[in-house]
Design a protein around this ligand. Sequence first.
Ligand SMILES: [Zn+2]
Length: 198
Amino acid sequence: MNNQNKPAVICTFGAPVLRAKTRPVTEFNQHLEAMAEDMLQRMYIANGIGLAAPQIGESLQLLVIDLQQDNTSETVTLDGRVLPINLIQPFYCANPSFEPVNDVQVVDNEGCLSLPDVRGNVKRYYEIVLKYQDLQGIPHFMQCRDLFARCVQHECDHLRGILFIDRLSKTERRENQALLNEIKSLGGSFAYTEEDGD
Ligand SMILES: [Zn+2]
C-alpha cells in the first residue's frame, strides 16, 4: 500500500488524548500490529523520529521509534547482546518503563509532531535501561543511550500525558506561548504531508 500522498493526521497540543493516562497493551494481535504500522507510516510522512499512540488518538502504551540515521556506529544492548542500532529499527515498543543507568543528564533541543515548529531545551538521562514488550508480547530489556534514549524518554512521557513543553524553563515556555496558542487553535490535529517534512 502506498501512503506517500496520503496526509498523516497527528493529534496536536490541545487534544485531550495527549493529556490522558494511557492503558497498557493487553492484546498482542494483528490489530496491534496494524496500529503500530499506521503510527510508523504517519511518523515517516511527518518526518519524525518517534511517535506514541496518543498522538494518533489511541490512549494506549505503545510507541514507535526510527531515528532514520544511516551510517551510525551507535549500538544498544538488547537482552544482553550488543547490537548495531540500525538492526533494531524501526523499533516497536509496548508497555515501556525505564530506569536511568546513572545520574548523568544531558540538555538537548527537542521538538514534537504534536507541537509543530515548537523547539526547546530538555534535560534527559543520557543512558537508560528500558523494559518493554514487543508486538508479540515478548518481554525485553534494552540498555540505550544518547539520542535513542532521549527519544524513548520523550515518548514514555507521552504515555503519561506529559509533553516536552512541560519540561521547558519558564522563559522558554513563555517564548513559545504565541506559537502554542496558534497550535491550540488548530483544534487538536494537524494533517502532515510529505512537504511538511522538510
Ligand atoms: Zn512528542
